[in-house]
Design a protein. Structure first.
Length: 67
């Protein structure tokens, strides 16, 4: 089985979390949750996601469906 590395980046000052599954060219698009954006490639494959205002989230655990 191939080894898969997930990259996490948290900016404390901006209260921003980014999780990347695969480093490829892509773009962020909205989800049903205003605090969460999903990163996708040109074919719509999920590359990762980001969460704004992480420390202020009231829903725990945060549940978001990534398409």
């Amino acid at each position: 089985m191939a080894k898969r590395i997930v990259k996490l980046w948290y900016d404390k000052q901006g209260d921003y979390l980014e999780v990347i599954f695969e480093k490829k060219s892509g773009f962020f698009r909205q989800t049903k949750n205003d605090a969460v954006m999903e990163k996708v490639d040109n074919k719509g494959n999920i590359l990762g996601f980001s969460v704004l205002n992480v420390s202020k989230l009231t829903q725990k655990p945060l549940e978001v469906s990534l398409i």
